[in-house]
Every structure is written in C-alpha cells, then in structure tokens.
Ligand binder design. Structure first.
Ligand SMILES: Nc1ncnc2c1ncn2[C@@H]1O[C@H](COP(=O)(O)OP(=O)(O)OP(=O)(O)O)[C@@H](O)[C@H]1O
Length: 296
C-alpha cells in the first residue's frame, strides 16, 4: 500500500483545521493511502519529522500556514529521494498557496493534496538554509515574525498592515553591494526581496508577471533609500502594482543567483520567519528541487 505522511500544525490560522482532521484522513484513505498523522509539537517540528520520516513515504501532505510548508520542505531538502508534497493551506496568509491554483473548498483541497499531480518547483538556498518562496530584508520584513501568534490569529491580515504602518518613521537603510547574473547594484537600500511567488504578505508583489515556479529564476526587487517622505510614500504605494521605472528608486530583475554584501549585519526573513543577520548572503536557485501538487 502507498504510504502518506500527514503533518499538520494544530495552531495555524485560527486552529480551525483541527476539526477537519478526521475528514482529511478519511479522504486520503479512500484514495488508497495508508496514512500516518503527525500534529506538530512546536517550532521546527515539521522540519524534523519530514527529515526523519519523509524518505519512507510516497507522499508528504502538510496542513498549516506558510511556516508549516517552509518547515516541511526544508526538512525534505536533506533527503536524496524527496517524496512529492501536497499542501492544504490553513494559515493566516497562505502566500505560497496562491501559486498553486488549489480548489476553494476544503473538500477539493484534500482531494487535490492526496490525488493531484505533482509538478516541479524551484527552491532557494540561502547560505545553506532553504526558502520556498521569499527571502527578504529591510523595511516591513520583520513584521511577520515580530507579530505574536495570538495577535496574528485575532486580527489576521490587519495585524501585518498595522505593524507595518507603525514602523514607517523608523525605517533603516543598509549600504549594500548586490551581485547578480546581470551586473552589480551598489548603494543604500531600504528593502530587498528575492522571490519565487505571485504573492507576498497577502499582496500581489511587483515584478510578478514573469513568475514561473520552475524556471530556475528568482524575481528580485530592491528599493533604494528615498530622498524624502513623499518619495517614500510613492514607492510604498506603487511597489505592489507598478512596473518599476528604469533608473528609479525601485530596481527589479531576474537572476539565478545573488550575493548580497553588507558592511554590518543585515537581518533577513526566509518565508516570513527570521533567517539570521549575515554580512554576506549567498542566494542560489535550486531548479526543480521538489515536486508540489497543483490544483490544475
Ligand atoms: N504545536 C505548536 N505550537 C506552537 N507553534 C507551533 C506548533 N506547531 C508548529 N508551530 C509553529 O507555528 C508557526 C506558524 O505556523 P504556520 O505558518 O503554519 O501558521 P500561521 O502563522 O497561522 O500562518 P501563516 O504563516 O500563513 O501566517 C510555525 O513557525 C511553526 O513552527
């Protein structure tokens, strides 16, 4: 019998997935899977379980938010033969799931996770760590991991927005050298994002019309330090829809690899969680490193 490992975070989102576990397991069993269930016991548990047990399964399905998906895939990256991953989004934002065209209903999502066809997806490597869809530094990027879980659950997206707005006056810039496939950018930067996704923080990101999850390329957006408050506001407002103007404060390009060098410590987030503050970040695209189930 084919074996399926089901990892779920009972605290993700509003904890509502807990009441559907029996239905999920029933669905997988009907599909012909022998199911092993693991409720995550705390931070990094999904990664540990995926790394320890994932190699003995034909499919791993995780249920939770972006953090649970990040941990599950990070754990599987240590294996030589990685089983395909099904994903049932149940977090606050579920950014990555917006790439997968999953059905809207939970019933449809369970069916897809167990029986859908896996497709290759690129994974990012960041100084030996992994990320699934975004590595970012600077303004706003500390919001996700600074916002306490109960607050996130109660206010959802609003929590992210309010936290971000409260920080506007204290934005810090970093003097950087950014080397990529197409050249080198230097100067003072407020924000940078290296991504493989159409959605970040619940927003459709800039530079997303070229997103393909398996093209071996990252989409990169860098924001130079604005000269005045009005310029800052127009950057923040325009970032999410506008195509950046050449030579402007927003720099956008695609690349397969990136080296970001900072004079001091530069704090990063990987898939919305704190990723350390290295002075040099070597970021590499690992093309088609895992298979994830799509909706269509
Ligand atoms: N039993 C647990 N108790 C507390 N935290 C847990 C437990 N299991 C997992 N976690 C942690 O919860 C964090 C957040 O989980 P997850 O991303 O699944 O949900 P979310 O924060 O509600 O969703 P999103 O990331 O989409 O906003 C993860 O980093 C994970 O390590």
């Amino acid at each position: 019998m084919k074996r399926l490992l089901f990892i779920y975070n009972p605290h993700a989102g509003k904890g509502r997935s807990k009441s559907h576990i029996s239905d999920v397991v029933d669905c997988f069993t009907r599909q012909g899977w022998l199911v092993t269930i693991h409720p995550t016991q705390g931070k990094a548990d999904a990664a540990a379980v995926a790394a320890d047990l994932g190699g003995s399964f034909d499919r791993v399905v995780c249920c939770g938010g972006d953090g649970t998906l990040h941990e599950t895939i990070t754990g599987l990256m240590g294996l030589t033969n990685r089983p395909p991953v099904g994903y049932i989004p149940a977090g606050t934002t579920n950014d990555f799931s917006r790439n997968l065209h999953l059905p809207r209903s939970l019933a449809g999502r369970m069916e897809t996770a167990g029986a859908g066809v896996p497709r290759p997806v690129d994974i990012g490597r960041f100084n030996g760590e992994y990320f699934i869809y975004v590595a970012a530094f600077g303004a706003f990027t500390d919001v996700a991991y600074d916002t306490p879980q109960p607050f996130k659950n109660a206010f959802g997206h609003l929590a992210y927005v309010l936290e971000g707005a409260a920080r506007l006056p204290s934005l810090q810039s970093y003097r950087l050298r950014v080397e990529h496939d197409g050249g080198t950018e230097e100067g003072d930067f407020l924000f940078g994002m290296v991504s493989n996704t159409v959605s970040v923080g619940g927003f459709k990101g800039a530079n997303t019309e070229r997103v393909e999850l398996d093209d071996g390329q990252f989409e990169v957006v860098l924001i130079r330090q604005p000269q005045n408050a009005a310029q800052l506001q127009s950057i923040v407002m325009g970032l999410m829809q506008a195509k950046p103007e050449p030579g402007g404060a927003v720099v956008a390009f695609q690349t397969t690899r990136l080296r970001v060098t900072c004079a001091g410590e530069l704090p990063w987030t990987l898939d919305g969680e704190y990723g350390g503050a290295p002075r040099v970040a070597e970021i590499e695209n690992l093309p088609r490193a895992v298979e994830i189930v799509y909706g269509k």
